[in-house]
Ligand binder design. Structure first.
Ligand code: ADP
Ligand code: ASP
Ligand code: MG
Length: 479
């Protein structure tokens, strides 16, 4: 990035605050968001919002129904989404502002209905029209949140992220064209900030240079916040979510998960890459490049310290966290002749051609295994690979991963981990990942058990501290 100014003329620091789906899911959540933005005296907030919780999935369902020819079902689905927004608008915004918001939401809704009619006629939902469809969630939520902030007396301005974040045409997983994006974000946001307004943008959405809507991939609002933060030289990027920070593992998998107070960009990026949904994997890139600290915070408990992610911070643990990535397919290929780099290159080219990123690759006993996320392109990939070798696909796998600085150089980590899960029919996979991970392939049904056992080994609960009265308490924070 070039020519970036790190501070605005007013001298205030820009803080990009991203609120995820649960942090805008209903009136109580939006009121908490307003309280959090209001508490930021002396800084210049930029707010990035996700769609209301569940909306992106509902839009996807409606699109699939329309493409199958079930237009009635599709329209009924999006009407529910619209009514939810209308009701939320009614409980947050009054008077003429409510009327204006109502008109905006209705016009978005009509465009959404028109798109479903087109999908029904074409009987096809490709990644390009899917991007157009899914983006409606953030279009609705960002307009609503802007108006709710204004109603609460916080001067705000809606900014269409599709006019500022310019990407390639890789629909479903578009990547920003940095120079144009940076220029546009500065051009759109700087005057608003200079006049004391809080810009509100929808996360996840962007467009190509020709104005065709794109998205940054599921969970991509975190990445949007990082893009905006990097372009503006923000002082910090805050990811407001429904957990107390980045934790030693997904608390939904293991109730003993603890908050990691500090970690490095590298550690966090690795965690996100290997399935910790709390951060979109691309988020740390722009922040790291511009050296902007990222904080992960709980919008339901804004007073908590959360997790601080910076260049120098370290979790201080050998194993900083355990992640799990579900829905993994192991594609095994066994060539008739010996394995060589030529064959490896050809195999990678097949995955590339089908735009299917390979998570990990291992070679053993004349066999290559590629781990990929489950994808509709799999039959095509297998057919192309069969030209090269015998192919076998194993579904319903999951990748459980231990993450930590230099963890691979500590021989006892792998052996302790393996001892904990050996009876669960696991395979240890090490190749293809960095020095910071040790990965296991397990049956999807064994994910919880594997994670809980590994967590017990690497994050044992401290001995209860007995006080004189005989009661006990447990210290509950990691790092
Ligand atoms: P948002 O809607 O705010 O973007 P997400 O659902 O995308 O929230 O991410 C938050 C969720 O990530 C948490 O509810 C938690 O279940 C999950 N998660 C997975 N791994 C971790 C982890 N290591 N630390 C914290 N949360 C995690
Ligand atoms: N709404 C989008 C999704 O559900 C993006 C996001 O929430 O970050 O994937
Ligand atoms: Mg998310």
């Amino acid at each position: 990035m070039s020519g970036r100014q790190s501070r605005f003329e007013t001298g205030d620091d820009v803080v990009v605050m991203k609120f995820g789906g649960t942090s805008v899911e209903n009136a109580a959540a939006v009121r908490r968001l307003i309280g959090i933005v209001r508490s930021r005296a002396g800084v210049q907030p930029v707010v990035v919002v996700s769609a209301l919780r569940g909306v992106t999935d509902q839009l996807l369902e409606a699109g699939n129904a329309a493409a199958r020819g079930h237009l009635g079902e599709a329209l009924a689905g999006v009407r529910k989404v619209y009514v939810r927004h209308e009701q939320l608008a009614d409980s947050l915004v009054e008077g003429s502002a409510n009327g204006a918001l109502d008109r905006e939401l209705r016009s978005e809704f009509q465009a959404l209905e028109a798109l479903l009619h087109t999908l029904e006629a074409s009987r096809h939902l490709d990644s390009k029209s899917q991007d157009g469809l899914l983006g409606f969630g953030e279009c609705f939520s960002s307009r609503l949140v802007k108006e709710a902030l204004s109603e609460a007396g916080i001067k705000a301005a809606h900014v269409d992220a599709r006019s500022c974040i310019v990407t390639d045409a890789h629909h479903g997983q578009a990547r920003p064209v940095w120079d144009v994006t940076e220029e546009r974000l500065q051009q759109f946001l700087r005057p608003l900030l200079a006049s004391g307004l809080v810009p509100v943008l929808g996360g996840f959405i962007a467009s190509t240079a020709d104005g065709v809507p794109t998205t940054l991939g599921r969970g991509g609002s975190d990445f949007s916040a990082a893009i905006v933060g990097a372009a503006l030289g923000a002082a910090r990027i805050e990811i407001w979510t429904d957990v107390d920070g980045v934790m030693t593992t997904d608390p939904k998998l293991c109730s003993e998960a603890r908050v990691i107070r500090k970690m490095s960009f590298d550690e966090a990026a690795e965690l996100a890459q290997f399935g910790a949904k709390v951060l979109h994997p691309a988020t740390l890139g722009p922040a790291m490049r511009e050296n902007i600290p990222v904080y992960v915070l709980n919008s339901r408990r804004p007073e908590g310290a959360g997790t601080e992610i910076t260049t120098r911070a370290r979790s201080g643990k050998l194993v900083s966290a355990i992640t799990a990535k579900r829905d993994v397919v192991a594609v095994e290929i066994e060539p008739a002749q010996a394995l060589d780099s030529e064959l490896l290159r050809a195999a990678y080219a097949v995955f590339d051609r089908h735009s299917c990123p390979v998570d990990i690759m291992e070679t053993s006993l004349g066999r290559m295994s590629f781990l990929v996320g489950s994808t509709a392109a799999l039959p095509g990939i297998a057919a192309d690979l069969r030209v090269l070798a015998e192919v076998r696909c194993e579904n319903h796998k999951a990748l459980v991963c231990l993450v930590g600085e230099n963890i691979r150089r500590q021989p006892d980590v792998a052996s302790r981990a393996f001892a904990a899960v050996a009876d669960l029919d696991v395979r240890v996979i090490c190749q293809g990942a960095s020095d910071r991970t040790i990965s296991f392939l397990v049956e999807e049904s064994k994910v919880e058990e594997s994670v809980q056992r590994l967590h017990g080994v690497f994050f044992p609960l401290p001995e209860p501290v007995r006080d004189w009265g005989g009661s006990s308490s447990a210290f509950c924070q990691a790092g």
